[in-house]
Design a protein around this ligand. Structure first.
Ligand SMILES: O=C(O)[C@H](O)[C@@H](O)[C@H](O)[C@H](O)COP(=O)(O)O
Ligand code: SF4
Length: 606
């Protein structure tokens, strides 16, 4: 007997359905039309088809000519830049072999670009990062437009890659699809130890060699970085939305269990194709309930603020009109059940070992805080995800019910003793517009900051002012002209060590920006994604040095304390951004900057 759905979850879902009624209906009609006529290879000409199987070996070629068995398309984001994606190098060959052994075929449909935000953090490349999400969606469509496929496997993990792949996948929502994760790297030095060396370096108390040693001990092997940033928030989302196999998110790379899960992903997506009896297009899995489950998962785990952008964009790709108000309405009823860095000291390996996603989902389902009656790639409702994968004595994959007690109360807790009554993702609103703040890792005495503004148009200027000794005081750093239409909405996470040093010196400080922060940011209060942005003449463009600003995360307000008529009479500041619009490929993204939506609509171009 399942627990009745929490009334707020039911109400927010109903509101989302109503808001999305027409666009969701149009989307479902579109994918229904695309899905008619069974497998698509029958519609290809002989020339099209021959090109499609020319390079195949005899087994695959014969199967593709006959067309009686599923052909799976692999969209891969493999490269050697992202430690998380490096394990994917061998996946196409593994998947093709597994397919062949199952009497079906698989082909790499195409590759998509993947940016490592860790490599680009604080550098020009970061100004392409957000736009790469939509570029990945387009590249996914280019891959699948060969129309040779009956199901798809998406190989992607990190920040913009999973959102981009899912947006692209939903354009082919008539096809079954499954996300295939690679898993986190083994734990290195703790994130806390790494951050301490960074702060020491920012203060000149550690040298570059010591800093590099610490960084290399944190990021030291193939696999996803083990903090709970956007990449690992993506894994949580794909699992709680039913697009991963249960428990697949955080199993280590290159292990027998990881390979068994990848093999099962191949079997599952083939079973969901139009060739089988359980045809399940991905566009039917990603419905309003799955999206609401994703929002709830973000709140319950203190997930990345980047999903206030990406989940909105992913939902829209399925005809679903998710808004920040939906996040806000759910925030107060979903408790924080996990403390993973930056929301605590543990990492995702310790989260997984404590019971991980299966325990989290079991607890939330038991409290009526998740839609259980959803469709998933596993073929069950969400109750099937309260299970842990393992290999039995014969090496076969099995799932067993998760324990009802957390394996580590310091990392993962049950509904009876949450870390916080709410998830800590808060919306802010006031005479400066709207913004987002994550308070789950901000000390309680830093959740309300009222201090004079110090205005910057470039994140490097903050560090220089710090090094000149100008910031040893209470202040709110207003870093503007960072929005999508200005310079592509980069993450300003490189500011974290400097601002954390000042906060640790006892100053009451905060960051206010129309840019983003990393999902790994956290200790310093930061009102981010301010919309309207400065480049769109938002109120943030009227702030002057010395203006008193009040950021109140407890009441959800963000205001400049200046006479309203005087403030309105000010001409918005302008900025020469030309140096940000060329070099490192930025000259290729002018159309993206011109077309970018506001942050609360996903800040993208799709
Ligand atoms: O949203 C995120 O999770 C971040 O973009 C993350 O992917 C990025 O790589 C950080 O920069 C890593 O943290 P450090 O920069 O502190 O190593
Ligand atoms: S989690 Fe971030 S830093 Fe780590 S591999 Fe992914 S994008 Fe790069």
């Amino acid at each position: 007997m399942s627990t009745p759905l929490h009334p707020v979850v039911a109400e927010v879902t109903a509101r989302l359905r109503e808001r999305s009624r027409d666009t969701r209906a149009a989307y479902l009609a579109r994918i229904a039309a695309a899905g008619t006529g069974g497998t698509h290879r029958e519609r290809l000409s002989c020339g099209n088809l021959a090109h499609g199987f020319a390079a195949c070996g005899p087994h695959d070629k014969a199967a593709l000519r006959e067309g009686h068995t599923p052909n799976l398309g692999i969209v891969t984001s493999y490269n050697d830049m992202l430690s998380a994606h490096q394990p994917y190098e061998r996946y196409p060959e593994l998947i093709r072999r597994i397919a062949r052994e199952s009497g079906i075929t698989a082909q790499v449909a195409g590759g998509v670009p993947a940016m490592c935000d860790g490599v680009t953090q604080g550098r020009e490349g970061m100004e392409l990062s957000l736009f790469s999400r939509d570029l990945i969606a387009m590249a996914t469509a280019v891959s699948l437009s060969h129309d040779m496929f009956d199901g798809t496997l998406y190989l992607g993990i990190c920040d913009k890659i999973v959102p981009g792949l899912l947006i692209g996948a939903l354009s082919f929502g008539h096809l079954p699809g499954i996300f295939v994760p690679g898993g986190p790297m083994p734990s290195g030095i703790t994130n806390e130890q790494k951050s301490k060396v960074r702060q020491a370096y920012a203060e000149g108390k550690a040298n570059r060699a010591e800093l590099l040693e610490a960084e290399a001990a944190a990021y030291h092997a193939p696999g996803t970085c083990t903090f709970y940033g956007t990449a690992n928030s993506n894994q949580m989302l794909m699992e709680i939305m039913g697009l991963h196999l249960p428990g697949a998110s955080f199993v280590a790379p290159d292990t027998p269990l990881r390979d068994a899960l990848t093999a099962e992903a191949v079997h599952r997506v083939a079973a969901l194709s139009a060739h089988g009896d359980n045809h399940l297009p991905i566009g039917h899995i990603v419905d309003e309930r799955a999206i609401i489950n994703g929002v709830i998962g973000l709140h319950a785990t203190g997930g990345s603020t980047n999903h206030l952008l990406h989940l909105v964009a992913m939902a829209r790709a399925a005809g679903i009109q998710l808004r920040w108000d939906d996040f806000d309405a759910l925030s107060s009823v979903v408790p924080l059940l996990a403390r993973v860095y930056p929301n605590g000291y543990a990492d995702v390996n310790q989260f997984h070992d404590a019971g991980g996603m299966a325990f989290l989902i079991d607890q939330l389902l038991g409290a009526g805080l998740l839609h259980g009656d959803v469709r998933t790639v596993f073929g069950t409702g969400l109750d099937g995800y309260a299970q842990v994968p393992s290999l039995d004595a014969s090496g076969a994959l099995q799932w067993t019910p998760v324990a009802k007690e957390s394996g580590n109360r310091g990392v993962l807790r049950g509904m009876a003793e949450p870390f916080r009554a709410d998830g800590g993702l808060r919306m802010l609103a006031g005479n400066l517009g709207r913004a987002v703040i994550k308070v789950s890792s901000v000390p309680d005495d830093r959740q309300v900051i009222e201090a004079p503004a110090v205005v910057f148009h470039d994140q490097d200027e903050v560090r220089k002012a710090f090094e000149r000794g100008e910031l040893n005081r209470d202040f709110i750093a207003v870093v503007r002209f960072q929005g999508p239409r200005a310079i592509g909405m980069p993450e300003l996470h490189k500011l974290t060590p400097t601002l954390a040093v000042l906060q640790d010196r006892g100053y009451r400080i905060a960051l206010l920006t129309d840019g983003r922060m990393s999902g790994a940011s956290g200790r310093v209060p930061a009102a981010i994604h301010v919309t309207p942005e400065a480049q769109a003449q938002g109120a943030i463009a009227r702030i002057r040095d010395g203006d008193l600003i009040r950021l109140d995360a407890t009441r959800g307000t963000l205001d400049v304390l200046v006479d309203a008529s005087e403030f309105a009479s000010r001409a918005p500041a302008t900025a020469d951004l030309s140096s940000h619009h060329s070099g490192m490929g930025r000259e290729l993204f002018g159309l993206f900057r011109q077309a970018a939506a506001e942050a609360d609509l996903g800040a993208g171009v799709l």
